[in-house]
Structure formats: C-alpha cells, structure tokens
Design a protein around this ligand. Structure first.
Ligand code: GLC
Length: 737
C-alpha cells in the first residue's frame, strides 16, 4: 500500500522525530502548533481503514468485564487494525508490540497501552470508596501519583480512572469505585485523582492519561441493578451527576468514558445530546471519549441499532472516539464509509484527537519511553509506596462504635483470637478492582496483628465455625473479621440484601455472648445493613478493602499507635428498604417527624440511617465551640469567613475531620436540608485546642435556577459545623439581594 504523500515510513518517522526535536526546543505554543501541523500532515496520509484502525482498542490478557471478545494479535497490529490495547502491560510485552507498530506498519504510529489502574497498580491502596472515607484528597492524589509511577514504569500510558459516578444506592456493586453520595467530596476526590494520575504534564515519563468515567448517571441504575436504566431529570443531572465530571475535566482529565446505561431513553454510547451537546459543546471537552467494554456493540441489545454496523455509525456520530474491544470500528466502518453511510468528518476528528493524545504523551518522540525493565524493577512496589498505602489505609478506616472504650486494645494482652472469614483472606484485602495487583503482596489482619504484638502474645486464628469460637473462648481478647470478600462488590455485583452472611452473624452472636473484649472489623466494598451487629458489638471498625497494607494499618489502629480518623462518605441504611437514603435529602412538604403521623417516614422502621454521612469516631472526644461568622449579612458577591474552635478532651492524639454544611432556607427550587461545603483534617494532641477557619464565597450560596443556570438568590442560610452531617454547632446568615 503506497503512502498517498509518497513519503515512506522511515522518512515520515524522520519528520516525526524532527518535529519531536523541535518540540523539545521550541516554546510550548510553537511546539503545540508544530505538533498540530505534524498531526494534520499524518492524518492526510492515512487511509480510512488506518484511521479506524487507530480508533480500535483490542483487549489483552483479560476478558473479565464483559462478553467474550478475542484478544488483539500481533498480526492485527501489523495490519494497522489496532491503535491501543486494554490490559496489556509490562515493559517487555509492551516493547514487543510497540516495536511491531513502529517498525512494521506503514506509518509507524505508536500504540497506547491502557488498563484499569483504579486504586493502585502493584501497590494497591484502599478501594476508592475507602479512600474517600479519609476525607483527604491530598492523600488520594498521592496514591494516584504512586499508581502512575508504577503503571508507567510497566508500560502503561492510560488509566480508566477515576470513576466519578455519584451513588446513593449501595445495592449497586460499583458504589465501591466512586467517592460516595456527596457532590463536594466527590468533586474534590475527582480532581485530586486526575492530578495524581496525570502529574505535571502528560509528556512527563511518569504521567498517564486519566479517564473520568462513566459518563453519565451510571449510579442511578434502577433497582441498583448494574447496567440498568437511568431515568433522571435534567436538574438531577446538572446538580448531582455532572459536577464530578466537570471537576475532573477542569483538572485536565485527558479522557472520558461513556457509561453502559441509557439516560432517559437514549443509551450513552449513542447519546449525541449528552456527548456532543453537553460534553463537547457546553463544556468544550476536547479530550478522548472512549467507549466502555463492548459498549458500542451493546447498542443492538439496547434496541437502538438493528446491527453492529448501525451501532458503529451511531456511536461514531454521537462522539465516541475509541471503540473498546467491540471490533466494529475497525471491522465494519471502513465499508460504511466507502458506501457513503458514514460522515468521514467524525472519523477524522476522532483520529485527530487520538493522534494528539499520542503526541502529548511524547510517543512520537519516544515510543518506548515506558518500556524499560530496569525502571519497572526500580519503581514498582517501592517501600515508600507501601508506607503511603499504610497511611491511607489507616485514614480510610472508620470507627463506627467504641462503647466502653474497648479500643484501643493493649499490646500487653497475653492472647488474642483473630477470627472470621476475612481474618486471613489475602486476596480480599485488594478489593474487587485491582487487576494488576498481586494478592501475595497483601498483609492480612492476622499477619499484621501478629507482627504488631510480637512473640510475647499468643495469636490464635480460625476462619469460622466451632474452631473460631474455640479460639475466642481461649483468648483474652477477640478481633472478629467479617464482611464481604473481594468479589461481592464491584462491577456486576448488585445485591438485593446487604446483611452479613448468616454464618457470620451467628459467629458474631456467639463470640459476643462470651463477654470478652471484642473488636469487630468489617471489610466491605459498600455499606451493609449491620443493625443486628451494631446493637451488640461494642467496638466496630469499618475497613473497606484496605489494600496491600491492610493488616499493618489495622494493627496500628487496634493497638492505638494511631487513632482512627475516617468518616463515612455514604449513608449506612438500617434496612435495604430505605434505599435511596442520603443526608442531603429535600425537606418535602411533610418532613419526617416522630409526632406527625402523616409525614415522610416508614411505619415499620425509623426513617434515619444507621450511621449518617460524615460519621466517624476517634479515640478522643472532640469539643466544638465558639462558632463565629465574619458577618450576619453577606453583600452580593462578598465572601463569608467562618471560624470555630475544636478541643481534644481525650488522652490520644487524633485527626478530626471537621465538616461545614449549608442549608438555603428559602429558594426558587427546593434545596437539600444540608449540603457539605467544606471539610478538613485537623490534628489535635491530647488537650490541644485549635481554631478552624473557612471562607465561603458566592459559589457556595448558588443554586441552579429554572434554566439550570447558577444564580445566587438573596435570603437566609443556616450553617452547621461538626464532626458529621449530624452536626454540633449552628449559625444563620443572610445573603443580601
Ligand atoms: C468495564 C468497566 C470499565 C472498565 C472497562 C475496561 O466493563 O465498566 O469501568 O474501565 O470495562 O476494563
């Protein structure tokens, strides 16, 4: 096949290398201009089949997130039918495939290698919902940065993270992958994770493209059933589901992934209004839009495409740039284009965006930049990476109860029973979505506790049944490890009931009946309905799935080396029948009330959550006092300074997560009874008193008007500060007209 320009590959590569050299020396703007000229020149040389081949993503080792598709092959690469790979990594493996792309194809365009580096590459951090419980975006940014250092050292250029789907329904298994129910928290974590993955600039060797996913309203699935219908109002989209994507894009996210679900009757993979209209049009997003796994082909199952070819046309014309593993773009669209059934301008725009991404990553200058085995060995699972994972696992763990100060336990204990199905379950510590992690790297609770106590203490262990009860009987204290294993949450893991497994509840009942000091540790990828446990277990730690340092971090907390500090990023229902239940609910015309029969509540259960959003204890009691505002009247556009004191009344050093909520008392649309606006972690030594300060701006007072445009309406606001959404101090102020 001759090159339309007459230039052969080597000459073109020379031109590309020249451009790269000039890139390196010219100023950024000039470099960008040169790169764009290069890209247009390259695009002009490409056939339709080569453009569509670039837009095709093939799978590598894994086929675990959707219907079977064949893996991409070297022959496909050589034929120019693959522009990127999913789940192919490793310095040697990527170098082998990259060499074929660069040396054995007509134009030598380098490949992109992508994977789901969700909460760590090899050093696995707590699952994202657990990270969010740290209320520490900076720690999440650091975790993403470490993930990028390891992933790029092992051949990857692109991660399919952060998942920024808002979720109020813990029946939906993917609640584990996001940042919970609150928009403010989700936005801060979305931008932090994008910054962490992408680093300073994409051409840095340890930078990788981030992906804000899954656009949009995936968490609104009816019945909490994964992939099911999302039927949401334009206001709910704009107020609730869009903001974390806007935050991720504002932070520079290089790509967005389309969601599997339909939104209001139109599947996202064919949703021109939301992809071209909102994402590209209103928000001016000019990065890559990638399909989800076989998402394009699924338009046939959705019933909006008669066949694969139509599905491919719909997706391309809706704005999906990259076809993840369905094969349709490379296999079927060339013929659609030749037959005049496809607007080639869409293909050119998508191919141009992909080539720009490859150029931004520096791949034309150095296709092998991430293919160095020595770098992989040096940068993977480094000690400081594990230290960061241990720190974040500690910060993510939430102390739900500590009646009678059962915790912390003394290290002088002579014997301790570490029992339950999660007590020594190495794989589950990594959580549901750690495809590049290695279970052998994880420290289990049993191992972490034994290491912390040393040989002076007998550590008894059994996973369950009579042996576990016997171990509990024989020990001075018990650490009971229950919850979900790694495969009970995550994609395609929706549940109708969220109770502990019956055998786990039975073990808990039997152990608690012994009357010994029992610390219950729950590992899970979502809230569970643990009311039967919460009434009886005096001390409960919620550890999520904490990553490779699980056992070490847990021991740090159990024995008081560090106080727990995590807060719940999502409400814990008492009963699955309460779902959706969330703290930022509307008042309704008949607010739930004990005294009012006819009010928004249930006749067979309380309407309140078992544990509210933002809840979490420490090993100290922290007093909030002296809340002051810089003014009780706020002029239009003016800021409002808020200050209050917190005091550690206990004998342990703690980190308190202070939270500030607002309620707009009267507005042109109904408003949440409370909405988180600020939060911060504040360290307090025993007896220490500190002043917390926040500044609120007009953006914090704004709402979306009838046209969904942001507006600040004059009127009264209530302000709440405290250690959870069930807060401590309250004040009022008025925004003036
Ligand atoms: C999965 C998920 C998506 C992931 C992709 C590639 O089905 O929906 O989050 O990035 O496929 O594994």
């Amino acid at each position: 096949m001759s090159d339309p320009s007459g230039l052969n590959r080597r000459e073109f590569l020379g031109a590309g290398t020249l451009a790269a050299a000039v890139l390196a020396s010219a100023g950024a703007k000039a470099a960008e201009r040169i790169a764009a000229a290069d890209i247009d020149a390259l695009l002009a040389r490409m056939t339709l089949a080569e453009k569509l081949g670039q837009l095709a993503q093939a799978r590598g080792q894994r086929n675990d997130t959707g219907p079977y598709v064949p893996a991409g092959s070297e022959a496909d690469v050589r034929a120019g039918r693959i522009g990127s790979f999913l789940s192919v990594y490793g310095a040697d493996t990527t170098r082998r495939l990259q060499r074929i792309a660069v040396e054995e194809t007509r134009l030598g365009i380098p490949l992109l290698f992508a994977d789901d580096v969700i909460h760590g590459f090899r050093t696995i951090f707590p699952v994202p919902l657990g990270e969010a419980a740290s209320f520490d975006p900076a720690a999440a940014e650091k975790a993403a940065r470490i993930a990028a250092v390891e992933a790029t050292a092992n051949g990857l250029h692109w991660t399919y993270a952060p998942m920024v789907d808002m979720a109020r329904d813990p029946r939906w298994g993917r609640v584990v992958e996001g940042a919970g129910e609150d928009v403010e928290l989700a936005c801060r974590f979305a931008e932090a994770r994008v910054r962490g993955f992408q680093g300073g600039k994409l051409s840095d060797p340890d930078a990788m493209m981030a992906t804000a996913k899954h656009f949009v309203a995936y968490g609104a699935a009816e019945g909490g059933r994964d992939y099911d219908v999302a039927d949401v109002s334009p206001r709910r989209l704009a107020e609730y589901y869009y903001p974390p994507f806007q935050a991720a894009i504002a932070a520079g996210a290089a790509s967005v992934m389309a969601a599997f679900n339909e939104v209001n009757g139109v599947p996202m993979h064919a949703n021109r209004e939301l992809l071209r209209g909102v994402l590209r049009g209103a928000w001016k997003f000019d990065g890559l839009i990638v399909s989800d796994y076989t998402g394009i082909r699924e338009l046939v199952a959705h019933g909006v495409a008669a066949d694969d070819a139509e599905a491919g046309r719909l997706a391309m014309e809706a704005g999906i740039d990259i076809d993840m593993v369905s094969g349709i773009y490379a296999d079927l669209l060339p013929a659609e284009g030749k037959a005049g059934r496809l607007d080639i301008a869409f293909v050119d725009a998508a191919a141009r965006r992909l080539l720009k991404a490859k150029a931004a990553l520096g791949l034309f200058a150095d296709p092998y930049r991430n293919c160095d085995p020595a770098r992989a060995k040096r940068d993977t699972l480094r000690r400081e990476h594990r230290t960061a994972a241990r720190d974040l696992a500690r910060k993510s763990t939430v102390l739900l109860r500590n009646e009678g100060q059962v915790l912390p336990l003394s290290k002088a204990v002579r014997s301790v029973a570490v029992i339950g199905p999660l007590a020594d379950d190495r794989r589950s510590m990594l959580g549901s979505w750690a495809p590049t992690g290695v279970a052998a790297d994880a420290i289990t609770p049993r191992e972490g506790i034994a290491a912390a106590l040393g040989s002076a203490t007998r550590v008894l262990h059994a996973a369950g049944g009579e042996a576990a009860l016997a171990a509990a009987r024989d020990a001075d204290a018990v650490i009971l490890c229950l919850g979900e294993d790694w495969d009970m949450s995550g994609e395609a893991r929706s549940r109708v009931a969220l109770d502990l497994a019956p055998d786990q509840q039975a073990l808990a009942d039997a152990v608690l009946a012994l009357g010994k000091p029992v610390a219950t540790v729950i590992f899970a990828g979502r809230p569970l309905t643990i009311g039967a446990l919460a009434n009886r277990a005096p001390a409960i730690l919620w550890a999520w799935h904490p990553g490779v340092e699980a056992g070490a971090a847990l021991a740090d907390l159990l024995f008081g080396d560090v106080s727990p500090s995590g807060r719940l990023p999502i409400s814990f229902p008492r009963h699955v029948g309460q779902i959706p239940i969330h703290y930022d609910h509307r008042s309704t015309g008949r607010p739930a009330s004990e005294s009012e029969r006819n009010s928004a509540k249930y006749v067979d259960a309380p309407w309140t959550p078992l544990y509210p959003f933002g809840h979490g204890l420490t090993y100290a009691s922290v007093r909030y006092e002296a809340l002051t505002l810089s003014s009780e009247r706020v002029a239009p556009g003016a800021a409002l300074d808020v200050a209050f004191w917190i005091a550690n009344e206990g004998r342990f050093a703690v980190e308190e997560v202070v939270q500030l909520y607002l309620h707009d008392e009267v507005a042109s649309t109904t408003r949440p009874v409370k909405a988180l606006k600020r939060f911060a972690r504040i360290a307090l030594a025993p007896g220490e008193r500190k002043r917390a300060r926040f500044t609120l701006t007009a953006a914090d007072f704004a709402l979306l008007d009838a046209d969904l445009a942001p507006v600040v309406e004059p009127g009264g606001f209530s302000l709440f500060v405290g250690g959870s959404s069930e807060t401590a101090l309250e004040a009022r102020f008025t925004v003036e007209g």
